[in-house]
Design a protein around this ligand. Structure first.
Ligand code: ADP
Ligand code: MG
Length: 138
């Protein structure tokens, strides 16, 4: 069993899509083993996306990610990292496969509904950013 960090981003939360998106995870066999609703400060968003700080979209991304409530969650299952990336679809909703979360609910390459860790090592760091071990119940 593997864990991955998922975020339902402010665009999707504001459209009341939390349950709809969660059902995609559960239908695919992933378990939501931790979940919380919170709003990041700009500083916290900058820390979370630190790896992207040289990218042109960094400031705009951090502003967007702190603009409203998000749902941070830990998904658990076999190959959870890769499976979640598949369910999410590629970064740009316009290029994502039909039936993926980003294709169905994303608005733009920035406002693309969900975040998912890109490797098991990243997942560990990202899960620890949001949750302590008492909050994750498998
Ligand atoms: P992913 O979320 O698919 O792993 P990245 O890690 O490359 O994609 O980028 C992180 C987030 O930054 C994306 O999910 C998206 O919200 C935003 N982003 C990525 N590329 C762009 C871009 N070219 N313009 C605006 N925002 C972008
Ligand atoms: Mg990424």
């Amino acid at each position: 069993m593997e864990r991955t960090l998922s975020i339902i981003k402010p665009d999707a939360v504001s459209k009341n899509l939390t349950g709809t998106i969660n059902s995609r995870f559960e239908q695919a066999g992933l378990r939501i083993v931790a979940q919380k609703r919170l709003q990041l400060s700009i500083k916290q968003a900058e820390e979370f996306y630190e790896v992207h700080k040289e990218r042109t979209f960094y400031d705009s991304l951090c502003e967007f990610m702190s603009s409203g409530p998000i749902i941070a969650q830990v998904l658990c299952g076999e190959d959870a990292v890769a499976k979640n990336r598949e369910i999410m679809g590629v970064t740009n909703p316009a290029n994502a496969e039909i039936g993926t979360i980003r294709r169905d609910f994303g608005e733009s390459i920035e406002r693309n509904a969900v975040h998912g860790s890109d490797s098991s090592a990243t997942a560990k760091i990202e899960v620890d950013f949001f949750f302590n071990r008492l909050e994750i119940i498998e």
